[in-house]
Design a protein around this ligand. Structure first.
Ligand SMILES: Nc1nc2c(c(=O)[nH]1)N[C@H]1C(S)=C(S)[C@@H](COP(=O)(O)OP(=O)(O)OC[C@H]3O[C@@H](n4cnc5c(=O)[nH]c(N)nc54)[C@H](O)[C@@H]3O)O[C@H]1N2
Ligand SMILES: Nc1nc2c(c(=O)[nH]1)N[C@H]1C(S)=C(S)[C@@H](COP(=O)(O)OP(=O)(O)OC[C@H]3O[C@@H](n4cnc5c(=O)[nH]c(N)nc54)[C@H](O)[C@@H]3O)O[C@H]1N2
Ligand SMILES: [Mo]
Length: 795
């Protein structure tokens, strides 16, 4: 990693940088290599330099929350070095977005010898990974022919576009454009639910009427207490979160981290770490509410004015007695008072710590309880997400500067680029992302009860599938064994098109495997996530080598073969699409004073200078004119809509209900350890898994607490086998007090590498995870699984 500390050349002052950018911008778009060959300044010495170098501010379009401001050094059509935003070029009005370790490693991702080079067709059995090189003409003809044949036979609802997040950080992508093409060609089976935060998104509106419940982070400057609840932004970035949190830390804000793991965020920010058993968060929340209310620390005026369902006096009509929050916590309904002692037995957080946490949260004004997305990627995830909205409500932290209403949903005032225009999809049925395996295997089993919307039955099974920039056919999909079993049967899905840069575990299931360009080889606009505030040009820096092509490029050929070329492309090149999208965005957001595209090409990023934004500020300031978008117009502590679902896993109050495969599941007698995964610093999901520099940053090990290790005779470095009924995985163990006893953890996104016996040697947790669908959101629960760990003596 020696390049990661290479200083930016002194010559690169902000003025010089702007000159450099404008010199490049003045050149014709199409011939970047020529542009790079030209000197960037008229300075005679530079002009005669043997190897003039261009330094370009750019970003990747991966799905990791932040768009690092990287500085690509380009010489003779090659990216020779990646530096980052130099301090002297930093605009003080803008949060610092220095490249993290992943950003600095990009060259090894782009220039890796293992990158796919040519279009390839499967020759062996599906999944075997045997392919032969074919021409692009053959590849695009195969796609066009299969699209026509399969659609003719099964209808447009037989076509599916799979999860592919690696390009979701950009305004333009093959993943978006293939949907455009399919819509123009009769439509496709679309899906809903984000595996990232879909459970939060589905649950939050039951409290506030909307999922857009996040504030801008600049409003937290005076917050005295922040509780990061299953939130690890030190690694996951989330826009400019670290910039603001580090500033707050310096200014004396107290941070508490609630996480089964002592995460990097806990290590760098926390004044206090509160570990708990995964999926028991609601028990901790219930007990906190119990303490707050019994000690009279709740904000009574706020509750009276803005909420529904706190006590028996504030319940909606048509609900029997003892359904209110107070009744629940005091045990009027089930005979169990939700005391800290009750919660200690469930969560393993000492009762006294629960009392202290509750008191601190309720008496520090304002305080922000910010939930990450790890706690909601569980099969109790909707309850956990909504639980924190109740705590924020009881303490009057909603709609208040410095408070925080909920987990990270969308930020109310934040809009990014418009994206390419999407014609209507004629297919009205939609499935949850969790239904796709079943929709391929036995479509009759996909019903409105388990996720189908827009119809009573599926018109067809999935027969043709595009996976562009995803590793979700296998690797990232929960319970990957049941998915690949269906994929292996090519009488079910008949044609699978995958585009990637690498031969990933999912790519092996392609019938047609296409080598896409990397973000450095095409045009895009990078967007920070919800809390971030800039967009950035992601420029084509180098020409693609071998026969790599952007997805848009080959989609144009397919469109041509289907007679849809003009309708699909609107006559635009990729770069013209980017200019077009930018122009549309600019017009849609006149208040943001966005520069025109030519100016963007000079300044390269645009900072949103929106006013600081506090979610629900208007609803709290003026409730008469700004009621909450709930049925009652109030913040609904008790949700009649949830109540009417009469489902034991969808309590109207979002209180604790033991999770399937949680610590109270009888299955824990056989599999006594909970396994969770986290998003580590050296890759974005599985993207960059093969990057050798990033492999050095962190090796794939299983974290286990010394107590659990001792019980199993384990020391660090031992090889262990992790197993449950779904799979078996063999990795090295790391004995560490950074994880609570009873829980083991592995980084998410390692490549699945089954040996001859089917034992995964890569450390891919999805051989063990469950495909159980969450009750309310019909979403994923990647994080809730029970396992046992045993020492493996190699023979
Ligand atoms: N470096 C890096 N950054 C990323 C990504 C990446 O792969 N690498 N992925 C990106 C993507 S796609 C997404 S969706 C986001 C995801 O961001 P998150 O979902 O917030 O990230 P996770 O690491 O899954 O979870 C955050 C924390 O929750 C903890 N946790 C797990 N289960 C529980 C629980 O039951 N209770 C509590 N209290 N805590 C729990 C984990 O230990 C972890 O530290 O990150 C994005 N950023
Ligand atoms: N156990 C467990 N599983 C999880 C999660 C978890 O927390 N734990 N998190 C879930 C979440 S939140 C998410 S978002 C998903 C993510 O799952 P995916 O959406 O599958 O994302 P990646 O694993 O990053 O796979 C993206 C693939 O795209 C490729 N790629 C990168 N750049 C490009 C490009 O420019 N063009 C093309 N064509 N390909 C490119 C990469 O090489 C990589 O193989 O995983 C989910 N799976
Ligand atoms: Mo995600």
């Amino acid at each position: 990693m020696n390049e990661s500390i290479t200083p930016v050349p002194l010559a690169l002052t902000r003025r010089r940088f702007l000159q450099a950018s404008s010199a490049l911008a003045a050149l014709p778009f199409v011939s970047l290599p020529a542009a790079h060959a030209r000197p960037v300044s008229s300075d005679a010495a530079d002009a005669t330099a043997a190897m003039p170098e261009q330094i370009v501010a750019t970003c990747s379009t991966f799905d990791c929350g932040g768009k690092c401001d990287i500085r690509a050094h380009v010489r003779d059509g090659v990216v020779t070095r990646i530096a980052t935003l130099p301090d002297e070029a930093h605009d003080p009005a803008m949060p610092i977005m220095r490249a993290c370790v992943r950003g600095r490693g990009y060259r090894k991702f782009v220039y890796h010898p293992d990158r796919l080079k040519y279009p390839m067709k499967r020759v062996g059995k599906r999944g075997e990974g045997k392919f032969v090189r074919i021409s692009w003409d053959e590849a695009t003809t195969l796609i066009a022919d299969n699209l026509s044949r399969i659609t003719h036979q099964y209808g447009p609802a037989s076509r599916y576009v799979h999860v592919g997040t690696a390009v979701s950080g950009g305004a333009f992508s093959g993943d978006k454009m293939v949907r455009r093409l399919l819509n123009l060609h009769g439509g496709y089976l679309d899906s809903y639910h984000s595996v990232s935060m879909g459970n939060t998104a589905a649950a939050t509106p039951y409290t506030y009427g909307t999922a857009a419940s996040g504030s801008s982070l600049d409003t937290l400057a005076d917050t005295r207490l922040v509780i990061l609840w299953g939130h690890n932004p030190n690694e996951t970035i989330f826009g400019h979160t670290n910039h603001y949190f580090q500033q707050m830390k310096r200014n004396g804000t107290r941070f508490i981290v609630v996480d089964p793991r002592y995460s990097d965020t806990a290590a760098s920010l926390a004044d206090q770490w509160i570990p708990l058993l995964p999926s028991t968060d609601n028990a901790l929340m219930d007990a906190m509410m119990y303490v707050i209310i019994t000690e009279n620390l709740h904000d009574k005026a706020f509750i009276d004015r803005y909420t529904l369902g706190f006590d028996e006096e504030s319940m909606p009509d048509g609900v029997p007695e003892n359904e209110s929050l107070v009744a629940w916590l005091s045990g009027k309904k089930d005979g169990i008072a939700k005391t800290p002692e009750w919660a200690e037995a469930i969560t393993h957080v000492p009762a006294q710590t629960i009392r202290q946490l509750a008191r601190e949260y309720a008496t520090t004004k304002p305080a922000a309880l910010i939930q990450g997305w790890g706690p909601q990627r569980h099969n109790c995830g909707e309850r956990t997400a909504r639980g924190s909205t109740l705590l924020a409500t009881l303490t009057g932290n909603v709609g208040v500067k410095g408070g925080w209403a909920a987990g990270y949903g969308g930020i109310g005032n934040r809009k990014f680029t418009t994206g390419p225009e999407m014609p209507d999809n004629p297919v009205k049925e939609k499935i949850s992302v969790m239904n796709w395996v079943q929709a391929a295997d036995d479509p009759a089993q996909v019903t409105p009860e388990n996720g189908l919307t827009g119809g009573e039955t599926l018109p067809s099974g999935i027969r043709l599938l595009f996976s562009l920039a995803g590793n979700y056919l296998a690797n990232q999909n929960p319970d990957l064994h049941q998915a690949v079993k269906v994929l292996e049967d090519d009488t079910k899905i008949e044609f699978i098109v995958v585009s990637d840069l690498y031969m990933t575990p999912s790519a092996k299931y392609a019938d047609l495997l296409l080598p896409e360009t990397s973000f450095m080889e095409r045009w895009n606009i990078g967007e920070t996530w919800g809390t971030g505030n800039y967009v950035m040009l992601s420029e084509k820096l180098v020409e693609p080598a071998f026969e790599r092509r952007s997805d848009y490029d080959w989609l144009c050929d397919v469109a041509d073969k289907l007679g849809l070329k003009q309708a699909f492309s609107a006559g635009r090149s990729e770069q013209q699409w980017i200019a077009h999208i930018w122009e549309q965005t600019r017009q849609a957001m006149p208040q943001e004073n966005m520069p025109d595209f030519a100016t963007l090409r000079v300044q390269r990023h645009h900072l949103f200078k929106s006013e600081p934004y506090v979610a629900f500020e208007a609803n709290i300031r003026d409730p008469q004119n700004h009621p909450f978008a709930t049925p009652s117009g109030k913040i609904e502590i008790f949700s009649k809509r949830l109540y009417d679902m009469h489902h034991p896993e969808i309590p109207a109050l979002s209180h604790y209900v033991p999770a399937h495969e949680g610590p109270q599941d009888p299955l824990s007698e056989r599999y006594p350890l909970q396994l969770i995964t986290w998003k580590g610093k050296n890759r974005a999901n599985s993207t960059q898994y093969a990057n050798p520099w990033l492999q050095e940053v962190q090796t794939q090990t299983l974290w286990i607490n010394p107590l659990d290790a001792q019980l199993r005779g384990l020391t660090s470095g031992d090889t262990v086998r992790i197993h449950n009924d779904r799979g078996l995985c063999q990795v090295e163990v790391e004995v560490t007090p950074r994880i609570i006893p009873g829980v083991v953890a592995m980084q998410a996104g390692a490549w699945w590498q089954p040996d001859e016996q089917g034992i995964d040697r890569g450390g891919c947790a999805n051989v063990l995870s469950s495909a159980r669908i969450t009750a309310l959101a019909k979403g994923n629960s990647h994080q809730t699984m029970l396992v046992e760990v045993t020492k493996h003596e190699s023979v």
